[in-house]
Design a protein around this ligand. Structure first.
Ligand code: KE4
Length: 428
């Protein structure tokens, strides 16, 4: 069967034909590609077409597909059994490896998805502070837990409204949605609600707005206000963790703001290496509020799964090797600069930003700083570019609000082929 036939067959038995909405290509139109296999920097669809992959399973595949050390570790783990529902040494090893690179955390709990990590971190923040109100930012996505599927209320004095059917107003009545990078809104929200705020959850670099950085003044003020009011600062590093650098985005901010650290952090994607694994962590005093020690309940049948932890641990050990991120960041810079140069040569306004193995580009004249800016960029041109590149064997994220990812497997030849395809796409 070809892609279109499989999509037709899939839609008969799976809602929208996909198990996660963004895969359905609804933002860009057209038929999703059904992937038969992947290798290194490439994915191959059921029609045998090869794509240079800049999605990398939405971040996890930082080493590229089928890295030998990762495959060997997974096969070895499979030979020892798939799941025990009991503690294993490898969960300790993975926890130790994560904590080694994230000094803001003293303990970490492993779960099976970023949504689960964010949902659990939220409950922990509320349990640890005894408060109910939470703050998130427009354009940031923290998975699909009810309390986080919220859009801004009619002003800072009013709390959010659900962005999804099936989420009762009562569930989001404690969620405040602010404008990303707005210091004024931070000040006003804390002035109005400070003593009630359990936590502020943020994507420090918003990969769900493609690529928008928190400004230093904004992040500094956020940290100050959380500390002043006893609210926990929760960094959602599901996408940025071990992707923009070994210490995640928080290491970047700590480098510019001496002593800076979030109170809780969430990880996913890269730490699972492509298998279902995520995590949340923080200082021991907060983490020990969790069951079985403390009153905040959280659990999971497959949490710390032996095969997933083998995959994650092998991945982290590879990316921790000296020079890994320097080389990856250089590849990413070359790709982004080349795309922008190709657009400029064709008289097309394109801007972008990147960090480590993560990049974003927009058809606009200025880098977006908030959700409204992102959604005002030229979506029609993005969609044309997406399909022109896909037809030329280059697979970018099928939505203008999604980031791009480079792997260690992307070669100079792959980069040259990508930039040649871009030049041809812009000329076409
Ligand atoms: P998952 O539940 O999808 O593992 O993680 C949720 C999540 C949490 N936090 C951030 C910053 C995230 O980016 C995500 C998931 N990212 C999306 C892509 N933007 C995953 C792709 C998808 O939804 O299919």
């Amino acid at each position: 069967m070809n892609n279109a036939e499989l999509f037709e067959r899939a839609r008969r038995v799976i809602p929208g034909g996909v198990n996660s909405p963004v895969r359905a290509f609804r933002a860009v139109g057209g038929t999703p590609r059904f992937i038969a296999r992947a290798e290194g920097a490439y994915m191959f669809d059921v029609e045998g077409k090869r794509y240079i992959d800049y999605i990398g399973s939405w971040g996890p595949m930082i080493l590229g597909h089928r890295h030998p050390a990762v495959e060997e570790a997974v096969h070895r783990a499979v030979d020892q059994g798939l799941s025990f529902g009991a503690p294993t040494e490898r969960e300790i090893e993975l926890a130790e490896e994560i904590l080694r690179h994230v000094p803001s955390m003293e303990q970490v709990r492993l779960v099976s998805s970023g949504t689960e990590a964010a949902m659990s971190a939220l409950r922990l923040a509320r349990g640890a502070t005894g408060r109910s109100s939470i703050v998130k930012f427009e354009g940031c996505y923290h998975g699909h837990a009810d309390a986080l599927l919220v859009k801004a209320g009619s002003g800072l004095a009013t709390f959010g409204h659900p962005t999804s059917a099936g989420v009762p107003e009562s569930v989001v009545q404690h969620t405040l949605v602010l404008e990303y990078n707005s210091v004024a809104q931070l000040d006003e929200a804390f002035a109005l609600h400070g003593p009630k705020i359990a936590c502020v959850m943020i994507e420090p670099i918003a990969g769900n707005m493609n690529f928008v950085r928190s400004s230093l003044p904004f992040m500094q003020r956020l940290r100050e206000l959380c500390s002043q009011h006893g609210a926990l600062l929760v960094f959602d590093e599901v996408m940025t963790g071990f992707r923009v650098g070994l210490g995640g985005a928080q290491a970047l901010y700590a480098g510019s703001l001496p002593g800076f650290a979030p109170d809780l952090s969430i990880f996913g994607k890269v730490i699972g290496g492509g298998m279902p694994l995520a995590a949340f962590g923080g200082k021991r005093s907060v983490m020990e509020q969790l069951a079985p020690l403390g009153p905040v309940y959280q659990a999971g049948t497959l949490s710390g799964n032996p095969v997933a932890t083998a995959c994650g641990l092998a991945t982290l050990r590879e990316i921790a090797k000296p020079g890994f991120f320097d080389a990856l960041a250089e590849r990413t810079r070359v790709i982004l600069a080349g795309l922008i140069d190709a657009a400029e040569a064709a008289g097309i306004a394109m801007v972008g930003d990147c960090e480590g193995g993560m990049f974003g580009f927009f058809f606009a004249s200025e880098l977006p700083r908030r959700y409204g800016d992102v959604m005002a960029t030229d979506s029609a041109r993005f969609n044309r570019f997406f399909h022109a590149m896909l037809d030329r064997g280059v697979y970018f994220a099928p939505a203008l609000y999604e980031a791009g990812f480079v792997s260690a497997a992307h070669t100079r030849a792959d980069i040259a082929a990508t930039l040649d395809a871009a030049a041809a796409s812009f000329a076409g």
